[in-house]
Design a protein around this ligand. Structure first.
Ligand SMILES: Cc1cc2nc3c(=O)[nH]c(=O)nc-3n(C[C@H](O)[C@H](O)[C@H](O)COP(=O)(O)OP(=O)(O)OC[C@H]3O[C@@H](n4cnc5c(N)ncnc54)[C@H](O)[C@@H]3O)c2cc1C
Length: 375
């Protein structure tokens, strides 16, 4: 059993803390913010788990890792008694009549990326759209991706904390950790002591998201703006994506007729409120999906930064007693279980390698056949 310090209680930090507690390790999860904070990107995310939709704009390994995560999420949520937070109703990609070429291009992109591999993406007629989403029957054609899913991330995140505590893990809020290269700074150690932690930590996991920029200059934040709206007039069972020549929109249904509308992707680390232009673009695209959205109430419009590395791919890298995990970019929920599983697997080794790196470039791995790359 190891004593593991985890710096950053966002998506990766919470998921790893829970998995490693389950595996019998003693876990101390620290976050710079207070317990009630929702400032992690994990809270702003729409919670889509959509490997095919993302394949059109991502590298191949995002798709492969996503398929693995889609196997793990339902099992893990079952273990958390939270299976109800995961909906596998597929997703629906739509375009207005004048933009049908966008839809065809999306389908062609998938075929090109997955040559000779089976994948589920069905062209659906107006009648089929009506059967899937009765209120969107005015769309004439779409693509249905039946395997895609989404989860209620805002409900999941506190549940993970409760599960960690139940397994004996410690949660330290208002406890910022900074690293000097691979070692926590003296200030950070003093903060831990102030929280009553005096025993040695065998391994530090750095899951600070964009916060890791403090010691890793390759980390960057990519601004994303979303709107959360509420309307009793619209019911959707699954995420809907609108293909549009200038901007793309998604609508993700949440509990009680709430919807997350997103998202912009801007190369900027500006965390200021949503711009008027983004508001106009998201809201007007939303209104074209169904005019009843015109009466929706805007509940919030958060902005956040997606933690990214230069290649927009995830990485896990161990040097001595420090393990850096980052780069989930716009795919945190799509990738996190598969990424965490690799780290769980690494920590099962009787003798941990001093230097280790998983850049997640392998494809086609299975549960029993992990392809770790050692340096
Ligand atoms: C608008 C938007 C929409 C998104 N939608 C989706 C989606 O639909 N599907 C999907 O798969 N992904 C989505 N994502 C991406 C997803 O949110 C991220 O990939 C994911 O949250 C990254 O997880 P993380 O744990 O690395 O970082 P975060 O979730 O940001 O967590 C980092 C944590 O580290 C803490 N921290 C920072 N510095 C320190 C420090 N010095 N000491 C201690 N703690 C520290 C922070 O307070 C935070 O709690 C979206 C992101 C955005 C912004």
């Amino acid at each position: 059993m190891l004593t593991i310090g985890i710096a950053g209680a966002g998506l990766l930090g919470r998921l790893l803390a829970w998995r490693l507690s389950l595996a019998g390790h003693r876990v101390i999860l620290c976050d710079k913010n207070p317990a009630h904070s929702q400032s992690a990107a994990a809270f702003t995310a729409a919670g889509m788990v959509s490997p095919l939709s993302e394949l059109a704009v991502s590298e191949r390994q995002i798709y492969d890792l996503g398929l693995r995560s889609m196997q793990l999420w339902p099992r893990w949520l079952e273990q958390l008694n939270a299976r109800h937070l995961y909906s596998k109703n597929g997703s629906l990609v739509l375009a207005h009549a004048q933009d049908q070429a966008e839809l065809a291009q999306f389908h062609n992109d998938l075929k090109r990326r997955l040559v000779q591999e089976p994948f589920d993406a069905d062209t659906v007629s107006q009648a089929q759209i009506k059967a899937l989403e009765p209120q969107l029957a005015h769309f004439q054609q779409g693509i249905f991706l039946p395997e895609e899913s989404h989860l209620d991330n805002r409900q999941l995140l506190p549940l993970l904390c409760a599960a960690i505590v139940k397994l004996g893990g410690r949660l330290l809020w208002d406890c910022a950790i900074a690293f000097d290269n691979t070692v926590p700074t003296a200030d950070s150690m003093a903060r831990l002591q102030a929280h009553g932690i005096s025993h040695p930590i065998d391994l530090w996991l750095d899951t600070r998201g964009v916060g890791a920029k403090q010691s890793r200059s390759s980390v960057r934040g990519v601004r994303g703006e979303v709107m959360a709206v509420h309307t009793p007039e619209i019911t959707l069972r699954r995420p809907v994506r609108l293909m549009h020549p200038r901007y793309q929109l998604y609508i993700v249904p949440k509990a009680d007729q709430h919807f997350v509308i997103g998202a912009t992707q801007i190369e900027s680390e500006d965390l200021s409120p949503i711009s008027l232009q983004s508001t106009l673009e998201l809201a007007s695209a939303l209104y074209t999906v169904h005019p009843a959205f015109g009466e929706a109430r805007v509940v919030e419009s958060p902005t956040n930064l997606r933690p990214s590395l230069p290649d927009n791919l995830p990485i896990a890298e161990k040097r001595g007693q420090y393990l850096f995990v980052n780069g989930l970019f716009r795919h945190g929920y799509l990738l996190a279980p598969a990424v965490c599983e690799r780290i769980e697997h690494l920590l099962k080794k009787p003798l941990l390698p001093d230097q280790w790196r998983a850049d997640f470039t392998s494809t086609g791995f299975t549960e029993a056949d992990h392809d770790f790359h050692y340096i």
